[in-house]
Design a protein around this ligand. Structure first.
Ligand code: DOR
Length: 451
């Protein structure tokens, strides 16, 4: 065994597949090369993680940047910088940019924009439309593609697969697990008057009500069953959907967001107005409690931030002319660690939801666990650190967070990507060196091989 490493993480408490272990970690050529007592080993660089917990790098599997389209709100540079500042080592970005990522040209353009500008590793979703359905099976296998994203209800941007016939065609094309925004477009249109007459964002969960989400998830599961396609239901918000999803786990995996676990109606709308407006909406305590039960019972596979930056100017228009979505890639880790500190979930469960889970459901190659030969991606956290989340700490170009003023316990102290420390003590280090995330079913031709 070598006793010279590029990077040595010493004295930390590491969240390994075998549980919490006091172990050093030796990193060579961007991979985990040794675990154990590495006293006496040499390294180009050492991070003393005494008193800290060393987690597999957090993968935020749902972010929306605005590049191309509105780079002044968020571009791939600022969005990924916010990610590493918040302890996130890889992001999967959604296709509702402008133009939307729905064909090879736009997909490759996004890959080009990311090269040399992304601070963390990345992959991009391709958006499903009626027009591209015949090409999706090919598109989803492109290097750097996470898979297909379906919007069953309109949200930011124009992507939409509203009817069952198109949804069936999309789910019948390709193999990867499809990521789905499940809100029923027809019902949204029928009920739009509720939003128009609401006068404030308090009306948002009334317009986009429980049935709007539930009926879409019901239709989705039925078509997933008939086509035999696995689906990932993004940002689940209702007790009723959780009860339904629990009966169809062979078909569906489940995401919740930190904001749906943390904010609650009507308080969030009293306090934040349209800044708390997102799709699907933040709901009342009955639903928030059900989401926590689903986390507890293993029903939730993934926590993703649904980072969706809009400017404060846009958010101060009058509802419903205000856009939906809130930033979150930088606050996912401290907000969820604060729930760990409060005993709402264990650190093991946090790792499952933010690293193992995203890697498992999308078939990520070589990421998501502290394991020999895996990419050396680390989120190093201080579980006891007390900080206050504030707008001015945010790297996102939108410059605000719904958690402004929140006292948190637990903070990312360092972010390491493929053995390269890219953030320490809130400072961004070096240059943007993000690479594409690779997927197990499309590795052929993508890797160097040497026995
Ligand atoms: O609230 C949301 N905002 N939900 C989405 O599905 C899209 C997102 C955005 O891109 O703004």
């Amino acid at each position: 065994m070598t006793d010279h490493f590029d990077l040595l993480i010493s004295n930390g408490t590491c969240m390994t597949p075998a549980g919490r272990q006091e172990t050093d970690i030796g990193i060579l050529d961007g991979k985990f090369a040794a675990f154990g007592d590495l006293t006496g080993a040499e390294a180009d660089e050492i991070i003393d993680a005494k008193g800290l917990h060393v987690l597999p790098g957090v993968i935020d599997s749902q972010v929306h940047f605005r590049d191309p389209g509105f780079p002044e709100k968020e571009d791939l540079e600022s969005g990924t910088r916010a990610a590493i500042a918040g302890g996130v080592t890889a992001i999967f970005e959604m296709p509702n940019t402008d133009p939307a990522t729905t064909n090879e040209t736009e997909f490759q353009a996004k890959m080009t924009r990311a090269a040399g500008r992304a601070w963390c590793d990345y992959a991009f979703f391709i958006g499903a439309t009626l027009a591209n359905v015949d090409h999706l099976a090919g598109y989803e296998r492109a290097p750097g593609c996470t898979g297909v994203k379906i919007f069953m209800g309109s949200s930011t941007g124009g992507l939409l697969v509203a009817d069952d016939a198109t949804l069936t065609a999309v789910l019948a094309a390709g193999r990867r697990r499809c990521a789905v925004h499940a809100e029923d477009e027809l019902r949204l249109r029928q009920r739009k008057k509720i939003a128009d007459e609401a006068g404030s964002a308090h009306g948002h969960p009334e317009w986009r009500d429980v049935e709007t989400a539930l009926s879409a998830t019901r239709r989705l599961l039925s078509i997933a069953h008939s086509t035999g396609r696995e689906v990932h239901v993004l940002h689940v918000t209702t007790q009723e959907e959780m009860e339904l999803l629990a009966r169809h786990r062979h078909l569906a995996t489940v995401e919740v967001t930190p904001q749906h676990l943390t904010l609650v109606a009507p308080d969030c709308y009293d306090k934040l107005g349209a800044r708390a407006q997102m799709n699907p909406p933040i709901r009342d305590a009955r639903h928030r409690d059900a989401l926590w039960r689903a986390v507890d019972q293993g029903l939730v596979d993934v926590v993703g931030s649904d980072h969706a930056p809009h400017t404060l100017a846009e958010k101060t228009a009058s509802y419903p002319n205000t856009p939906s979505g809130m930033p979150g890639v930088q606050t996912l880790v401290p907000v969820m660690l604060t729930h760990v500190a409060a005993g709402k979930l264990t650190l093991e469960r946090f790792v499952d939801l933010t690293a193992t889970g995203p890697a498992r459901i999308y078939g990520v190659a070589g990421k998501g666990r502290l394991s020999l030969g895996y990419d050396a991606d680390l989120t190093i956290v201080d579980l006891k650190a007390e900080r206050t989340i504030t707008d001015d700490r945010m790297h996102s170009k939108c410059g605000w967070t719904p958690f402004d003023g929140m006292a948190v316990t637990g903070w990312p102290m360092a972010t390491v990507i493929r053995g390269i420390p890219v953030m320490r003590d809130d400072e961004i280090l070096g240059e943007a060196q993000g690479k594409t995330v690779r997927f197990q079913d499309t590795l052929r031709g993508e890797i160097d091989f040497e026995l």
